[in-house]
Design a protein around this ligand. Sequence first.
Ligand code: SF4
Length: 432
Amino acid sequence: MRVYIKTYGCQMNESDTETMAGILSHEGFEIVDDVESADVVILNTCVVRQKSQDKYHSALGQLVKLKKQGKIKLIGIAGCGSNLEGERLLQLGADFVIGSRSIVEIANVLKRAVEGEKIVYLEDRTCDIVADLPKLRSTKHHAWITIIHGCNRFCTYCIVPYVRGRERSRPIQDVLKEIEGLTQQGVIEVTFLGQNVDAYGKDLKDGTSLAKLIEETSEFDRIKRIWFLTSYPTDITDELIDVVANNPKAAKSFHIPVQSGSDRILKLMNRRYTSAQFLKLVEKIRSKVQDVAISSDIIVGFPTESEEDYLQSVELVRQARFERLNLAVYSPRPGTVAAKYYPDDVPYSVKVKRLNELLNLQKQINAELNRSYLNRTVELFVEGKTKDGSHYGRDIRNKIVIFTAEKPLQPGECVRVKIDRVTAGPVYGKMI
Ligand code: SF4
């Protein structure tokens, strides 16, 4: 039976898709690349925004039509949508629903669905996600590794703690065993994932931390670069900053969502820091980690966000000078505190105007920062080819570099590139 898995949302879902694909293929199912060749389609869903939820609802509607036409046999839903909607997804036409903490059971759930059973399986089986679970990775040289599930932070706009549950770390020995296996398959780069990745180890109460994991991972000769995503500002420890600063294999890159520059809005969001504390953290990281790249996320149009609040976000962006900034327009997520208690009172046109202004400011900052790349030589791992035949990869600061080479290169090859052109986005160069 042929299975296609469509992934929505974050890297944690991508990692879960690789695990599900690995388990299914190990159990004799064939994993295919498109709906047309599939008997079973699984949507690995995201609910972080209303738009994300609308997307998979619409895809589910299309799949139900294909099923009626006899073009596919079964529809499954995985990911955060399963945790949030459960049974309702069966009513919308799904045959099986599997929770994000239950993916270890995917083959059994699918087999039961093949027998004609309608199933909603949401049991927490995170402790069964062990190192030797098979994975079918989309790239050979890089692996996403989820090290902590869930989040305890309860930001008022966010549905994640309700759908992904509380923080639960994987034992460090288990993660290291997984990495050892990956190195034998040719993996040279790993990205540790968690909704709040800096909280890794806290619940284990045995001294495990992200810093310790990075140090131990760097002991593997074959591992050349180590990334981690996503950081919560107050959970970043001095120990972690020092490890990133001093360990040559640790990527010089932090992604730290700030979400707003207004202390009043930060409080309403239940983010437990002020804009001054955030900027101090940025300064501390920059003073310790040479040539570090810091990126962030901001939400515009949070309930009651006044022009003054918004201008404080603008000021924070000016001061922080992020390497990259992801912007989102606030949309209420049913089930969150913000959706329940705060009026969504910033007009959509104002939200979009604020988003565009911040986008333009960030572009300007990017163009200025990228100028420092001109004539620099950077080392990077090849990730793939662009449509025009150039290659691309990212350097240790997570900068996307597009370059020409005189010979064909394979993903994962380490090359040196001299930068000769910069834009507000990628930088361009030639392999030397
Ligand atoms: S830190 Fe806040 S925004 Fe991030 S996953 Fe946790 S609750 Fe959501």
